[in-house]
Design a protein around this ligand. Structure first.
Ligand code: FAD
Ligand code: S2G
Ligand code: ZN
Length: 472
């Protein structure tokens, strides 16, 4: 990139806003998993929407690619540059203001670089709830959550980021600013354009702000850990909980024994709630926005009924918020714990809930046939039909040999996913890691329409190319 463009970018964001010294760039060039590392001509850190627009316009004039980046916790390599050294990483992390919280309208207007946890805290301070919740919430940003249509543990009750958003402000690839920051729950004036940018992973424009929905705060909560014989029991448990707790069911996570074993092995202080090991576990959470005294009794009676029906083998209800946090810690610790067991080949899939048991049985069988001794870590948001199928090498196996099998093993999982009418990416997106393989699993007309949108919004292909769409 010419020094002239660096100079012009500095005119927009100020000298401190343009990093070009390799030592300053390092933290922006590798993804969270260190699976992808690129090089950048510069990292630019604008402080306002107008500065983002100025940066994008100058890069567009110079024909230079822009890679939007938030917290860089994405798991598909979508936020890092390629190895050409000619791309500009546009980091939104300076734009973290909460512009407005309208309690009566139950909305909050935030800038894209706001860290998710800061928005959760601002809502709580106003006696309200922003319900998106995921393991990376201390680092991920609202802009990244929107660009990946993030899911997490609250989807069961509140939906994904797509369902939590009322309005967007976006800088388009030519530098124009689209102000769609409306806080309306009803607005039927043509196409719902915000939904095009949500989940586009930075390939259609840079999200600079959003109007998000807020909800009544949770005033009572009950958390339990249940032992299950198999995934069918988990599906049956959903039925029992829906029957006996209704809308109060706000969290339901499934974990295989191995996923919990890894946490018990690598996470200091982690304790198995039961003496004996069980093949599967469910983390159940009920909550209510009223100060209901007997929620513990509701969860106890529901799990008691599930026990009577042979769905649950054992259960423990958290007797304090500290114990509830410890149970969530067992769940949220899986991703990090697995990294201690060598390469973790991640697959984030969804299938219709009713088909999960047959899907797990077929997929496990096929994986074990492909790599005898493979260690399958299955866990996730079963209430949404979303499982994380993360693979570790056989004990004593070779890291590089296992990594070399990644493509074949992914196909085993994705072939099985699609045999059960599922999706090869439930919540993490496609990024770099799944953009080529998606062509084998997605309707060709759908891909053509997606390419058409890319051509319309970004005809010169300067907005985060090499992500999401095969071949672009
Ligand atoms: P980044 O990683 O910075 O970027 C992600 C993508 O969005 C990239 O393509 C980037 O170009 C684009 N982008 C970023 N900001 C903007 C913007 N302002 N405008 C346009 N495009 C932009 N994800 C889930 O859905 N559910 C989970 O349960 C979950 N758990 C996780 C647990 C751990 C421990 C980790 C490390 C990650 C987890 N994730 C999960 C994945 C990740 O946290 C989410 O995808 C998150 O939404 C990414 O936000 P970010 O700000 O880090 O985005
Ligand atoms: C989760 C996190 C990432 C992983 O924990 O819910 O989305 O390791 C996942 O797959
Ligand atoms: Zn997840």
């Amino acid at each position: 990139m010419t020094a002239d463009l660096i100079g012009r970018l500095r005119e927009v964001v100020g000298p401190a806003g343009v990093l070009s010294d390799p030592a300053d760039l390092a933290g922006y060039l590798s993804d969270w998993r260190n699976a992808y590392t690129g090089t950048a001509a510069a990292v630019v850190r604008p402080g306002s929407t107008e500065e983002v627009a100025g940066v994008v316009a100058r890069c567009s004039e110079a024909g230079v690619v822009v890679v939007p980046q938030g917290g860089n916790t994405g798991l598909c390599g979508g936020a890092v540059p390629d190895s050409s050294g000619r791309q500009v990483v546009l980091s939104l992390t300076r734009m973290r203001r909460i512009r407005d919280l309208d309690a009566a309208n139950q909305t909050v207007t935030v800038e894209a670089g706001a860290v998710l946890r800061s928005v959760q805290e601002a809502a709580a301070a106003a006696g309200l709830l922003f319900p998106l919740s995921l393991g990376a919430e201390g680092s991920c940003t609202i802009g990244g959550n929107l660009a990946t249509n993030a899911g997490g543990t609250g989807v069961l009750r509140y939906g994904t980021m797509r369902d939590l958003t009322l309005g967007l402000e976006v800088v388009l690839p030519d530098g124009r600013i689209w102000n769609g920051l409306r806080g309306l729950r009803k607005d039927n004036t043509g196409y719902d354009l915000k939904q095009v940018f949500i989940g586009a992973e930075g390939t259609l424009g840079v999200i600079t702000a959003a109007v998000l929905k807020l909800f009544p705060a949770v005033r009572s909560r009950a958390t339990a850990w249940a032992a299950l014989p198999d995934p069918q029991a988990a599906v049956d448990l959903i039925g029992v909980l829906r029957e006996l707790a209704g809308d109060r069911l706000t969290g339901l996570e499934l974990m295989s024994r191995r996923s919990v074993e890894f946490v018990l092995r690598h996470s200091a202080g982690a304790r198995d709630p039961f003496g004996d090991p069980h093949p599967w576990y469910a983390l159940v959470e009920l909550s209510d926005t009223l100060p209901v005294a007997g929620l513990d009794a509701v969860i106890e009676s529901a799990l008691g009924e599930a026990f009577e029906r042979g769905v649950v083998l054992d259960a423990v209800v958290a007797s304090s918020s500290a114990q509830a946090a410890a149970l969530w810690g067992l769940r949220e610790g899986i991703s990090v714990a697995q990294n201690h067991e060598g390469p973790s080949l991640k697959h984030d899939v969804s299938v219709p809930i009713s088909r999960i048991p047959a899907f797990v049985e077929r997929t496990d069988r096929a994986l074990e046939a492909a790599v005898p001794g493979i260690r399958i870590v299955t866990y996730g948001h079963i209430g949404d039909g979303n499982l994380h199928y993360n693979l570790s090498k056989p004990v004593g196996g070779d890291d590089d040999e296992f990594r070399a099998r990644a493509g074949a093993l992914a196909r085993v999982i994705y072939d099985s996913t699609c045999a059960f009418d599922g999706s090869i990416s439930a919540e993490h997106g496609l990024g770099q890691s799944k953009r080529e393989i998606v062509a084998d699993y997605k309707d060709s007309h759908e891909l053509d329409l997606m390419r058409g949108l890319k051509q319309l919004f970004d005809p010169r292909g300067l907005m985060n190319p090499g992500k999401v769409l095969p071949g672009l």
